[in-house]
Design a protein around this ligand. Structure first.
Ligand code: AMP
Length: 413
């Protein structure tokens, strides 16, 4: 039996309804703040991600689905949405539009990761990007919008981690300082941390070993090394979040798998999830546009995983589809009359379904009951009977009287 590829899943109708709700909610919340929908291609030139996500990242090193298109071009299934949106911004000269340009998307992404709960090889993200403004209000507004989306989706146990990374130069200097500090205290560090000093000194902050933790208490923090402008920007973002009543933990060790972030960095996680607790996050990427040969343009954005949002969501008010009319037929030769009645009912704005399985009349009525039809029309040789399934009332009508009768009844109820 052929099965869905490892790390992928089918969206079945029940789940589709919850996803639709998320999409509508995102559209309402982001649309109200002036964000407009964008969709970019499923695959892009590999170079876009190599440059825009960063050669050294796990995503580019290990997780991309890259293929040759047969014409000697290397293409990659998009692993994330920010680089493609920035590519589109440059390609369509969006810097000529009033700034910032505010865009949102809901798309599928592809990463060759080891699958587990909440981690797939094809997954969906809803994302928002505001390009063309360095104002701290942009960062704070984006965070507020994501908080509102998660709240509207009843996501449980959310926590917000917040940091500022400064510029790549500040980070490089800080990394040297931290490495030197770790070398100085090498004897007190766990073997694991010691082995990774050059590879990833920041990891030392996450160590559980008591002696390492003691040393890390005295370690220099990136937040204390920010330039005055970057520190001031961060202070403004924090004040706006405080005003908005959004709580957060300052996390000096927050790192996200993408290279292009500058200044603000944030992540929402949920206690309702297991190991993969990140629901959504993002940050500012003021250098990305230049990496993609665009004009220097600041930007900020986030992406939230659809699957993890729904995994950590509470009960959602998913509406069942109302069936106004089920068209059944008393004999096989009445198919054309029944078919056109169903079609006309839909043109009149009713949700109408037609018998399609050749059931007996009794079977048709049972089916109409099962799908919760409000009315059943039984198309017969002599005319059509219309049954109100709630009251049990039955009218004998000519076919062209059926739809007006339902519409009249709907207005009354
Ligand atoms: P990132 O683009 O890595 O910053 O991820 C943003 C969000 O996308 C995460 O918080 C997750 O909710 C979701 N996400 C990232 N990778 C995966 C994956 N492999 N499977 C499912 N969701 C993912």
């Amino acid at each position: 039996m052929i099965q869905a590829p490892k790390g992928t899943f089918d969206v079945l109708p029940d789940d589709a309804a919850r996803r639709e709700l998320l999409e509508r909610t995102a559209k309402r919340i982001l649309g109200a703040a002036g964000y407009q929908r964008i969709e970019t291609p499923t695959f892009e030139a590999t170079e876009l991600f190599a440059r825009g996500v960063g050669e050294a990242t796990d995503i580019v090193q290990k997780e991309m689905y890259t293929f040759d298109d047969g014409g000697g071009r290397s293409l990659t299934l998009r692993p994330e949405g920010t680089a493609p949106v920035c590519r589109a911004y440059i390609e369509h000269g969006m810097h000529k539009l009033p700034q910032p340009v505010k865009l949102w998307y809901l798309s599928s992404f592809y990463r060759a990761e080891a699958p587990q709960r909440g981690r797939y090889r094809q997954f969906w993200q809803v994302g928002a990007e505001a390009i063309g403004s360095a104002a701290p209000e942009v960062d704070a507004e984006l965070i507020v919008l994501l908080a509102e989306l998660l709240e509207a989706m009843s996501v449980k146990g959310t926590r917000l981690s917040l940091a500022s990374l400064g510029t790549p130069e500040t980070r490089a200097e800080y990394r040297e300082e931290l490495t030197a500090y770790l070398r100085e205290h090498e004897q007190q560090l766990s073997a694991e941390v010691r082995d990774r000093i050059d590879l990833n000194p920041m990891r030392a902050f996450d160590a559980s070993d008591p002696s390492t933790r003691e040393i890390m208490k005295g370690a220099p923090k990136l937040l204390d090394r920010l330039s005055p402008e970057d520190a001031d920007h961060f202070t403004q973002v924090r004040l706006l979040l405080d005003d908005a009543g959004i709580g957060y933990d300052l996390d000096p060790t927050l790192v996200r798998g993408l290279d292009y972030y500058t200044r603000t960095l944030f992540e929402f996680s949920s206690d309702a999830l297991g190991a993969q607790s990140g629901v959504g996050g993002g940050g500012r990427y003021d250098r990305l546009m230049e990496l993609l040969d665009g004009p220097p343009t600041p930007g900020c954005g986030w992406a939230a995983g659809i699957e993890r949002t729904l995994l950590s969501a509470g009960e959602l008010p998913v509406q069942a589809i109302v069936v106004d009319l089920f068209v059944s037929l008393a004999g096989a030769d009445l198919g054309r009359t029944a078919f056109s009645l169903a079609r006309e009912a839909r043109r009149a704005g009713l949700n109408a379904q037609l018998e399609l399985a050749g059931r007996s009349l009794r079977g048709q009525l049972r089916h109409a009951d099962r799908i919760g039809a409000r009315y059943v029309a039984i198309v017969g040789e002599e005319g059509t009977s219309l049954k109100n399934m709630e009251s049990g009332e039955q009218l004998e009508l000519s076919p062209n009287e059926v739809i007006p009768a339902i519409l009249r009844g709907s207005r009354l109820s």
